[in-house]
Write a protein that binds this ligand. Sequence first.
Ligand code: ZN
Length: 302
Amino acid sequence: MNEDTAAAERLASGPRNGNDGAMKTSTAARTNGTNGRISRRTALGAGATVAAGVLLGPQLLAGATASRKVVVWSEGTANVDPGSKGIYPNDINTAIADGLKPLEGRGWVIVKASLNDPDQGLSDALLEQTDVLIWWGHKKHGQVKDELVAKIAERVKAGKMGFIGTHSAHFSKPLKKLLGTACSWREYVADGTSAEIIVKEPNHPICKGVKNFRLPQIERYGEPFAVPTPEAVPLDGIYTRPDGKTEPGRMGLCWTIGRGKVFYFTPGHETYNDYHRPEVRRILINAVEWAAPSSPSPAQGQ
Ligand code: ZN
């Protein structure tokens, strides 16, 4: 039982009629909020619900008010490698998490995780609370334990968590496990190529508030990309090589795997500042909300 459920059960078992009941409940909720165990919004919502005399079971009440959690995982190399540590001194998970801050105002909790953390950053307890997992890796894919990968894939397929892989995470174990293909591109070239990122499906939730934009430098990932046919490609792209030649490359691809949503975003090479750019941050915010399970998972509601 988590704190939300505990609070909800206290509400459900307490007096419900009259001002006395509402006041006691509000006080209890405020106390919990002060301790940081349930949010202010939860406390206010719970107080108002009881004051209005609406009877809700503990699960309904907890489910209606539970916050959602996005975990941003990276492998701890971008902050160490000489070519990237100046851009990502606190690793890429920090840069991505900073860009997601607006989600906090919409009930999201943002958690950073690293391969270097205990349990490789994802304990069973954390994973069971995670609605969306964002993954960046490059040099240490092989170190991620297969047991953890299996748990991630299982949770996505069960519709309990969305998964977002970005850039070199195309070769990450979780993405390969979910998509079931090699997930390789034809080539990988960082030669001063630039790219126009094109909003191909303006009505797709991932493109909300996003217009075409240019990345002055990008590592060119040459098509074809060995993945299953995506259900949507909301973001397309045109690479321009140093010699002026252009070629297409998909930049944002969506799948539904089992009952879970998966998004892959092509930019994000560690020596470029993509994750500090407002357009990229907007896309990742949108992707988190798109990938989130449509209702809170049982792990959160009970
Ligand atoms: Zn790269």
